[in-house]
Design a protein around this ligand. Structure first.
Ligand SMILES: [Zn+2]
Ligand SMILES: [Zn+2]
Length: 257
């Protein structure tokens, strides 16, 4: 598109901005990027640590150990970050993908460098048809383009073999149950996975139920390690938060309605 005719729009609010693929001042200040020390397991910010320690688990991860090894998120789910994630997921806003991919490549630099394969969390094919694209696949591909490692993109490794109802309003255990057995390794993909370091990519992590379900089947197929990279992390995925989300009718993590 001609830059002179169409000035760049802020991916957060669609106001005119100076630079393409960058947030306006107001959206920028309403975005909580994750910086500094994080839990090595879930990627959530931790206080009182000078730097991220390998293997460190926050209280949440000690209470509910996830099935993956390490995770990182670009930003805290809320404000502009939440708006952009929902725009991509429910609004066909593919225009935000390059910016999110660059952010993910930066935040996930170490995880991408260590990975043999990058696997997006799949949608069920009926949902992909309706939505025309899988936001996690688009994010994974954009992150790898930005990281200059497009050759490790592996979107066909996982399948969603069962449609799952929306995760909204479900407790942690209900979420885990809802996605259990919904994901499987694609037929014939086991030799690709065996002994490999896998990096999963998804848009949002709430309780991590979907990522844990994916990690479980990849581990069973012989993956050597499983990390996760997401755009947005819900800060405190407690059940009361999930209930509050339902009251606000906010679509959250695996919500696919
Ligand atoms: Zn804006
Ligand atoms: Zn943690």
């Amino acid at each position: 598109m001609g830059g002179a005719l169409f000035p760049p729009l802020c991916p957060g609010c669609r106001a005119e901005t100076a630079e393409p693929q960058s947030l306006c001042q107001s959206c920028w200040s309403d975005t909580e990027f994750i910086a500094g020390a994080v839990c090595d397991t879930c990627g959530r910010p931790v206080t009182g640590l000078p730097a991220t320690e390998p293997g460190f688990r926050c209280d949440e991860c000690l209470r509910n150990p996830p099935e993956w090894d390490r995770a990182r998120g670009v930003l805290v789910y809320g404000g502009t970050g939440r708006r952009i994630v929902l725009a991509l997921k429910h609004g066909d806003r593919l225009d935000v993908v390059p910016m999110l991919g660059q952010w993910a490549a930066r935040t996930g630099e170490g995880l991408i460098a260590d990975a043999d394969l990058v696997v997006p969390i799949p949608l069920h094919w009926t949902r992909r048809l309706r939505r025309r694209f899988n936001q996690s696949a688009e994010l994974a591909r954009a992150a790898l383009v930005a990281a200059r490692r497009p050759e490790i993109y592996a979107p066909e490794v996982l399948r969603r073999v069962r449609r799952t109802a929306s995760q909204d309003g479900r407790s942690r255990s209900e979420r885990a149950e809802n996605v259990a057995d919904a994901l499987a390794v694609a037929p014939g993909a086991e030799p690709l996975i065996r002994g490999k370091r896998i990096l999963l990519v998804d848009d949002v992590m709430t309780t991590g139920a979907t990522l844990s379900a994916a990690a479980t089947v990849l581990r069973a197929a012989g993956a050597k390690s499983i990390d996760a990279l997401v755009i947005a992390l819900v800060r405190a995925p407690r059940d009361d938060y999930l209930r509050a989300e339902q009251r606000k009718e906010h679509p959250s993590e695996e919500s696919e309605a």
